[in-house]
Design a protein. Sequence first.
Length: 136
Amino acid sequence: MKKAVLFCLFLGLVFSINIVPGYAQDDVEDPYVIIVELSFDEQNLDTAVDLLLEVQTLSLENEEGCLIYDVLLSEDNPNTIFLYESYESESAYKIHENSTHYKSIVKNKLTPLIKKSRATKVIPLNVPGDLVDEEL
């Protein structure tokens, strides 16, 4: 059941992005986007998924600057979870990292379960809607 929910979230993300090759955003308030890869022992996976889905809900509901917080289960390696997080700005991301729910869930409960982690900051290449309208 969790795999189906995560797969639906992933498909929604894939179909909601408009990508234009060769375009990078230059605004001062560029979104802050990261992809996080987390690996867990099999016996900790269900707990990790539950904790991450809780962080997802709390982040999206309580953090004005949190635009996207997707929790994705790897199809190739079922003990690996990817997070796709997008915030209005780096300062919005810092608010997320300092939130009560992040500290209590991620720092205190999730971190001890993680076998391996890697975070990569990425630059979105999607074109804002107002630029698309100007080109037409």
